[in-house]
Design a protein around this ligand. Sequence first.
Ligand SMILES: [Zn+2]
Length: 249
Amino acid sequence: MFDKFENKYIVKGTIVALKPIHIGKGQESMDPTEVDSPVIKDENGLPLIPGSSLKGVLRSFVERVLSSGAFEGYRSCLIVNDEPCVSDDDVKRLKTKYDKDYKKIAEEIYESSCNVCRLFGSNHLAAKLTIKDLNSIDEKTFFDMRDGVGIDRDTGTAKDGKKYNYEITPSGTRFKLHMIGDNLDDDDIELLKICLNVLKNGQISVGGMTSRGLGTIKLIDEKIYKVDKSNLKEYVSNGLNEEMRWNDV
Ligand SMILES: [Zn+2]
């Protein structure tokens, strides 16, 4: 269950910024010539969406959908509310119960975990879904500046008398998406389909100030591949090919 190869889903495609994006560096620059809140860039000065940012918003989206009860039989815990499906105490109890039988402990953690933690991972469970950092595929980006008067850069809420500017990546910027799902079962695949559909429909926003309309992205030109035991040999010898395409979404 944990160490055996079952399958691998590989999603490749282009993410387009429908609205300008602000993904801040998270740290204020000490350089007075720089803007107050620059965006994250790669070593070539091009914008970048950290895979963890995209994964985080997809996770929250799936959590909200499952918590609504719209998908019967699927569970989601509320990690943000400090109500995880498997708590630290649960894990301690399992360790006492099964002593050094780590396989058994891991199995019980997996069984007790909600559908979201099983796919996206938790403190006690490795994620099955990985999203690589999304580099821009454009040759050049002309960053724009916005005036953030009265807006707190962390919370996006109004703050008196505070004045600063922030940098934005313009709409139309394109990024390369590379998402991998390892050993997905039918439930995981349902959640992966939700993620892909909301990305294709332009329902996901990344970065800061999304409540002010920033950050909306859309997936286009996606190609999804499925590698399983039947084509694993071909995949490890020659990589992906058209016959590995998976169109069940
Ligand atoms: Zn959970």
